[in-house]
Design a protein around this ligand. Structure first.
Ligand code: UGA
Length: 461
């Protein structure tokens, strides 16, 4: 494994972000990005901003049309601005034609989804389909860069497909370049990475991918070059570790609730130790989203397939399921019973600043509450329209105040900052009984208690 830095000026810690792209020694590349989800769109628009000529392939023609007009069909902070700017720069186009898009591209970045399939293993069939098409149209010297999160060994197996299916594909290199973009912060993370990981067998291919990034960076960012399998594992290990950290702090909060200690303060002081770190120490309703849950399942599935028993990730998974019950229990503890109680829910997405409901903790928690007879009046500023499909039976309202109307309890599940600015007196005046379960610890306990609320949080005394 080799580590070197991206930028060249100073230590770069406080370097401003540069608006105009740097011209690297090799100049811009023609790049193809396959998949216009949140990772693909951010990468395509970001690489164009770096100065590369980017063509992004998306199979849905309606999405191609929208993106070409500068419209982002999902919620991702700052992305529309970046997209418009890259389109205006003339270096970004969208198409549905994969074969045409890869023609002449030095690197083809694959960003398609790898959802959980049977038994929790990651389903790489979308990637395989694309590789089959690519095997007919790639030629030596072109590079396939896998940004999708893929099981250890995937680069190797895709290379075999590539070579078996196509005559001219010997000499096409496969690189694993995991992404570490958080939904809701993906644009910021793209331009401000902590590290760039590039796995592969060919020094030249790795160097080309490193150059693609280096061209746009204004500060030192470690570039880690390694083999494909290590890069693949780094991604899984990172997400599983993040889930572990959140899982730990959630249990810490339960313990602190039990003994009357403020868990938020404990976590803040723990995090002052650089070996622990401040981030991912916020207790909540359980971790969710499109990545941590599926990556933990693949991690466990891989271990199982090798007959290796992993105690910690299994416990992290189980503790998260218990966290959902724990939140429902907190509501019941305040109300005595859930039967015929009306719960005003604030926030449904798996975290703030996204419209994504995939594996959101709100889903299992609200299912438990509804099974026990509660009626749900839910408000979320961005949750996708698929709500009725994932949570049949819930009532969606248009304002937070409507969620309070006649409710017995407000349950905060997502940390949207606008919830802190609500008029809590007005919320209380609309309610049948004044109770709040704040699973994100976003409210000031003294304030809501002043308005007569019984307030329950995650270890925030
Ligand atoms: C995660 C990783 O953070 C990214 O680095 C990675 O690139 C991405 O997965 C991916 O694999 O694509 P994301 O799924 O956007 O990003 O969500 P996170 O910000 O990691 O949050 C995950 C869950 O943990 C959320 O439900 C969040 O509310 C919860 N969380 C996080 C807490 O409850 N407490 C915390 O302190 C932090």
């Amino acid at each position: 494994m080799t580590i070197f830095s991206m930028g060249s000026e100073g230590d770069g810690k406080n370097s401003p972000r540069r608006d105009t792209p740097l011209s690297g020694p090799l100049g811009g590349k023609k790049i193809c990005v396959v998949g216009a989800g949140f990772v693909g769109t951010v990468a395509a628009a970001g690489f164009a901003k770096f100065g590369h000529e980017v063509i992004c392939v998306e199979k849905d023609p309606a999405r191609v049309a929208e993106l070409s007009r500068g419209k982002v069909p999902f919620f991702e902070r700052d992305l529309e601005e970046l997209l418009k700017s890259s389109l205006a720069g003339g270096r970004l186009t969208f198409t549905s034609n994969l074969e045409k898009a890869v023609d002449g591209s030095k690197a083809v970045f694959l960003t398609v989804g790898t959802p959980s399939a049977n038994g929790g293993r990651a389903d790489i069939s979308a990637l395989k389909d694309i590789i089959s098409v690519l095997s007919k149209c790639l030629s030596p010297g072109q590079i396939v860069v896998i940004k999708s999160t893929v099981p250890v060994g995937t680069a190797g197996s895709l290379k075999i497909i590539l070579e078996q299916n196509g005559s001219g594909t010997r000499g096409v290199e496969i690189i694993n370049n995991p992404e570490f973009l958080r939904e809701g912060n993906a644009v910021f993370d793209f331009f401000n990475p902590h590290r760039i990981v590039i796995g592969g067998d060919s020094h030249d291919a790795i160097e080309t991918v490193a150059h693609i990034y280096r061209m746009g960076m204004t500060r030192h960012v470690p570039i880690i070059t390694t083999n494909n399998e290590t890069a693949e594992m780094i991604k899984y290990a990172s997400n599983v570790y993040l889930a572990t950290k959140v899982g730990f702090v959630n249990e810490l909060a339960r313990l602190c609730d039990g003994v009357g200690v403020n868990a938020v303060e404990v976590a803040r002081v723990m995090g002052m130790d650089p070996r622990i770190g401040q981030e991912f120490l916020n207790p909540g309703p359980g971790w969710g989203g499109s990545c941590l849950p599926k990556d933990l399942m693949e991690f466990l599935g891989l271990a199982d397939s090798l007959g290796i028993s992993l105690v910690i990730p299994r416990a992290v998974h189980d503790a998260n399921q218990k966290q959902f019950d724990h939140v429902a229990q907190k509501v019941k503890d305040l109300l005595g019973t859930l039967e015929k109680k009306r719960i005003g829910v604030l926030g449904l997405t798996f975290k703030a600043d996204t419209s994504d409901l995939r594996d959101s903790p709100s889903i299992p928690i609200l299912k438990i509450l509804m099974e026990k007879g509660a009626e749900i009046m839910a408000f979320d500023p961005a949750a996708g329209d698929d709500l009725a499909a994932v949570l049949p039976g819930i009532n969606r309202v248009n304002t937070p105040y409507e969620s309070a109307d006649g409710s017995d309890c407000i349950l905060i599940l997502t940390e949207w900052s606008e919830f802190q600015l609500l008029d809590w007196k007005r919320m209380g005046d609309n309610m049948r009984t004044r109770n709040i379960v704040d699973t994100r610890n976003i409210l000031a306990p003294e304030l809501v208690k002043k308005y007569g609320f019984d307030y329950s949080s995650m270890g925030q005394i």
